[in-house]
Design a protein around this ligand. Structure first.
Ligand SMILES: [Zn+2]
Length: 256
């Protein structure tokens, strides 16, 4: 028997009564488990295996499959369902996690990032565009694609007024060092956006969501963060297209 705390990232019906769920866990990556008789389970046991439930799971291993023995809810993010854009954004996070997180990997910080982001999203404590950018850039950093935010790659300047940040390369040049001939996809932005990127990739989890940006800076940050994630994961996400179609934030501003 395996015991694990985790978040349900995906559920798929199987046959008449059963379903498979993918669970993001701290110790074991994403686990797939079969829930027998899922359509008949109601109440507490039912809610603990639904999408975005954060629960304590007991799983039995038979053959090469895991089967749900029991589940106890820790927190059900009901507030996500209050707005379509919230559930759409959470679904995008879930699809990205399902794609990036391998089985048998330690994910303590990724669990924390996910739980914290869903918490702020559920309660409406931060704007969706900000949460999305934080999730994208911090997740990429946690899984090994941390951008190089320290200094200009040309002159070593720490706080240039204006930078050209390379999505593919993950580093930046100041205005003086950047030449138009530098190939690749560069985002031109001002110091406040660079400061936000630095905060997201470097801050302690306790302070991660505690920063503010102007609307203009947030718009640049959003475009950059989304491009950074999809470029490095080398794919787009169906749930991201859906989120774009239902959110008011838009993300038309993609090129600098
Ligand atoms: Zn420079």
């Amino acid at each position: 028997m395996i015991t694990a705390e985790g978040i349900v990232l995906r559920e798929r019906p199987v046959g008449e009564q059963d379903k498979f769920i993918d669970i993001l866990t701290k110790e074991s990556g994403v686990l797939e488990a079969c829930v027998k008789g899922a359509r008949k389970i109601n109440g507490k046991a039912g809610s603990s295996t639904q999408l975005f439930a954060y629960s304590r799971f007991c799983l039995n291993s038979r053959g090469d499959r895991l089967y749900l023995n029991s589940a106890e809810p820790i927190h059900i993010f009901y507030g996500l369902r209050e707005e379509l854009s919230r559930i759409a954004l959470a679904s995008y996070f879930a699809e990205v996690l399902g794609f990036c997180i391998r089985p048998q990997t330690q994910n303590g910080d990724i669990m924390r990032l996910t739980l914290n982001t869903l918490h702020y999203l559920e309660k409406g404590l931060r704007g969706e565009a900000l949460l999305k950018a934080v999730f994208e850039l911090r997740l990429m950093s946690e899984i090994g694609y941390m951008p190089d935010v320290v200094a200009c790659k040309g002159c070593g300047s720490f706080e240039p007024e204006e930078v050209y940040f390379s999505v593919g390369d993950g580093g930046f040049f100041c205005k003086d060092c950047f030449s138009e001939g530098s190939g690749g996809n560069f985002y031109n932005f001002k110091l406040p956006v660079l400061s936000a990127v630095r905060h997201i990739v470097l801050a302690d989890f306790d302070r991660l969501f505690n920063f503010r940006t102007s609307d203009a800076a947030l718009s640049r940050l959003s475009a950059f963060a989304e491009d950074y994630l999809t470029t490095h994961l080398e794919r787009s996400f169906r749930t991201l297209d859906f989120y774009r179609s239902v959110s008011g934030d838009g993300n038309g501003d993609t090129q600098g």
